[in-house]
Ligand binder design. Structure first.
Ligand SMILES: Nc1nc2c(ncn2[C@@H]2O[C@H](COP(=O)(O)OP(=O)(O)O)[C@@H](O)[C@H]2O)c(=O)[nH]1
Ligand SMILES: [Mg+2]
Length: 711
């Protein structure tokens, strides 16, 4: 396989609402570039980027997948992303290693919820966006082109502009007119994706001319020399237009619109051409920002970290090697495979790189690039390229690796908090033993999964983005790790806090022959703002408690807080000030001060108006207009607070904040209220106090936390 330089690479994330046809489009692009002998289909699992068995059986992409097309001297790397709102954080993670994103739109449907989400993410990463109006073969597509374009401009502004016109005639969607070169490309639907160049059909000439002029005008806007040329000549020479359009796309001044059908493989070779000419090469980014830890140097040896600074690294082969791991995938045969971006330097097969954060050396044996699930070996990867390597020892998603002594850290993409927590129960003793190691393997490739025990009931809990996500995890546990579990009712991760102050003494004294135990402390407790967690202030003067016992007091308090006071949920958002105490020369030890801390804490809780907190979700619901009334009434019943409402065509979008406990089975209710035409998405937002009456019920139902205090 040819070795590609940074100037010959294009990295593109393929994003959009679920079922707009991303995976099919990638399959078509690969077939058009002759990378695959047949046109892959999602239905039978033959699409290159739909290989995960859960993805295939659930008919949706849940994780990012890679593929590449070698096309007229460039290599286009694709990251196919999920479009289901629950997994859209994956699409966001895909934006870090690429220089452009295809925003794929189902033409008959127009822009949908996730179209807006990925647009927002791309904006956040300053990423050029190329819009593809897809599924143009659909019988309703031709009539929908105009309204869909209008809707896109409505949402994303007038910089959204066609660079093609679709050719639709009696046979349906047959090709596109390129508005830069003013040529037509026509295809055989269901064919190999190779377009025949020809003249613009006579009936389209006038439209094409007008659209060409609109494009030229927008490209020239703000560029004086182009404007002058445009007014003097009435047009811009093709080469100038190409250069200017490339720049405008790179700088997010223009969002070009193209037309395609992945399923019929129409327009695809021209889309590859477009990416070659107009998508920025990674080296055009020039520099990338990273954090560097400043090392304080003592006697020539680096000692403790001493602050941080932001450094700029050139995307260039001559720089030190720096690679960023953006994805971990577990293959049943090859084991752990790490996807990475080469931000600088050249990575050669068998290179040894340092994982800076984990301080280990990793060997990049069998350097490769992924074509779906297949690893294609390569001998080297240049600055800007995307690659994969199997069997790294310790490297996980988000790590930076590189040459020795050149430590920098690329900032990982932040992830949302899990939206749903379920109790799971291993079926047998053997399953129980296998469970934790298996879940931890899954967590390597899926950073949204959390696994822990309920402090109150000791049950295993698993948290994720929502029901389908958790179900996919359970299915993976069974198929991949032969671990059987039962999924129980979802759980609400309540917390406890205080609303007032407290001040108490905790004294632990025991005399049982021989050595006694003695610990004594006085603490004050006060509430902190939501989300602060726990703070401990040591305010002891004059050695009332010896210094070495103070951490024991703190530990006793923390352990007791983790067990909860009202209903067994962790106590959060409070500050403890330890201000006095006493000790005994012989009988005092750590355990005694831990006990004293617990006792004082529980006494303080009594005084400080303890209260329950519940997670509040940010919910977005989409449903046909006529359901809006029912939807609002229902949200009211669920203690929801409506934050906003808007109409998009005949769809109403409602945004609300609703307690998680009221949303556990919302899917079924929404289906019933809308006859299956509604959809919703929710994310964890913040914690808030549970209303008194409800809190009382929760507390009454809780197994009472164990009393462990003694005096
Ligand atoms: N008519 C038509 N259907 C398509 C097209 N692309 C995809 N589909 C169908 O839409 C469904 C979802 O496609 P898929 O590629 O998995 O969408 P993704 O969720 O965006 O990856 C599948 O049933 C495809 O066969 C297209 O260009 N035209
Ligand atoms: Mg897909």
């Amino acid at each position: 396989m040819k070795s590609y330089q940074g100037s010959e690479i294009r990295n593109v994330a393929v994003t959009g609402h679920s079922h707009c046809g991303k995976t099919t489009l990638v399959a078509a692009l690969l077939h058009a570039a002759k990378m695959t002998p047949q046109l892959g289909r999602v239905e039978d699992g033959s699409a290159a980027t739909a290989y995960d068995e859960e993805d295939v059986s659930r008919r949706m992409t849940m994780q990012n997948a890679m593929a590449f097309a070698e096309w007229n001297g460039v290599k286009v790397n694709f990251v196919d992303t999920p479009g289901f709102h629950m997994f859209v954080h994956e699409a966001r993670s895909a934006m870090l290693p690429v220089e452009a994103t295809l925003v794929v739109v189902n033409t008959p449907n127009g822009p949908e919820t996730v179209t807006g989400s990925v647009w927002k993410y791309a904006e956040e990463f300053n990423l050029p966006r190329v819009l593809v109006l897809n599924q143009m073969d659909h019988p309703r597509a031709a009539a929908a082109v105009h309204p869909t374009l209008e809707a896109l401009r409505d949402r994303f502004g007038r910089s959204v502009i066609p660079v093609q016109l679709p050719i639709v005639n009696g046979n349906g969607f047959e090709g596109v007119v390129d508005l830069v070169t003013m040529q037509a490309f026509t295809y055989t639907p269901g064919g190999d994706g190779a377009g025949k160049i020809g003249e613009i059909p006579a009936a389209m000439q006038a439209d094409a001319k007008a659209a060409h002029e609109a494009l030229v005008e927008l490209v020239a806007e703000g560029k004086d020399e182009l404007m002058e040329e445009f007014f003097a000549e009435g047009t811009i020479p093709e080469q100038h237009l190409i250069t200017a359009l490339h720049e405008a796309i790179r700088e997010d001044r223009i969002f070009p619109v193209l037309f395609a059908s992945g399923l019929a493989n129409v327009g695809t070779d021209h889309l590859l051409d477009f990416l070659k000419v107009y998508a920025p090469a990674p080296i055009e980014r020039e520099q990338v920002a990273a954090r560097a830890v400043l090392q304080a140097v003592a006697n020539g040896h680096a000692v403790e970290a001493d602050g941080e600074e932001i450094v700029m690294r050139k995307v260039d082969d001559s720089e030190p090697v720096a690679v960023y791991a953006f994805k971990t995938m577990t293959d049943p045969f090859a084991g752990r495979i790490t996807f990475f971006k080469v931000f600088s330097g050249v990575v050669r097969n068998d290179a040894c790189l340092i994982n800076y954060a984990r301080r280990g050396q990793e060997r990049f044996a069998h350097l490769s690039i992924m074509q779906g699930r297949t690893a294609v070996p390569v001998s080297e990867l240049h600055a800007g390229d995307l690659g994969a390597v199997a069997k790294l020892k310790d490297t996980l998603t988000g790590d930076t690796l590189g040459d020795k002594g050149q430590e920098i850290f690329f900032e990982p993409v932040s992830l949302p908090e899990p939206a749903m927590t379920y109790a799971i129960e291993p079926k047998t003793r053997a399953d129980e033993d296998k469970l934790a190691p298996a879940v931890h393997k899954l967590m390597e490739e899926d950073l949204l999964v959390r696994f822990f025990r309920d402090p109150q009931t000791n049950e295993f809990l698993i948290a994720g983005a929502g029901q389908p996500h958790i179900e996919a995890i359970v299915s993976r546990l069974r198929k991949r790790y032969h671990t059987e579990v039962t999924l129980n009712a979802p759980k609400v991760p309540y917390r406890e806090t205080i609303r007032g102050r407290g001040d108490a003494q905790g004294r632990h004294k025991k005399q049982t022959g021989g050595h006694g135990q003695f610990g004594d402390c006085k603490i004050r407790i006060e509430p902190l703002p939501r989300g602060t967690g726990f703070e401990f202030v040591n305010d002891i003067f004059g050695g009332a408690i010896p210094r070495n016992f103070i951490p024991a007091v703190e530990k006793g308090i923390q352990e007791s807080a983790a067990r909860g006071y009202l209903a067994g949920y962790p106590v959060v958002d409070f500050r403890v000030t330890l201000y006095d105490g006493s000790y005994h020369d012989v009988d005092s030890n750590e355990l005694s001060f831990k006990m004293a801390g617990r006792i004082a804490f529980r006494k303080c809780m009594e005084q400080s108006k303890p209260a329950l907190l519940e997670p509040i979700m940010r919910v977005e619901i989409e449903a046909p207009d006529e359901c809006a009334g029912a939807l609002m009434g229902d949200l009211n019943q669920r203690r929801g607070r409506v934050q906003g409402m808007e109409t998009r065509g005949s769809t109403t979008v409602v945004r609300a904040e609703v307690p998680m406990s009221e949303m556990l089975s919302y899917g079924q209710s929404l289906t019933a209220m809308t006859q299956g035409r509604g959809s919703y998405h929710m994310e964890m937002d913040h914690y808030d106090l549970v209303p008194q009456a409800i809190a009382e019920k929760i507390i009454a139902n809780a197994k009472h936390p164990q009393e462990e205090d003694e005096e």
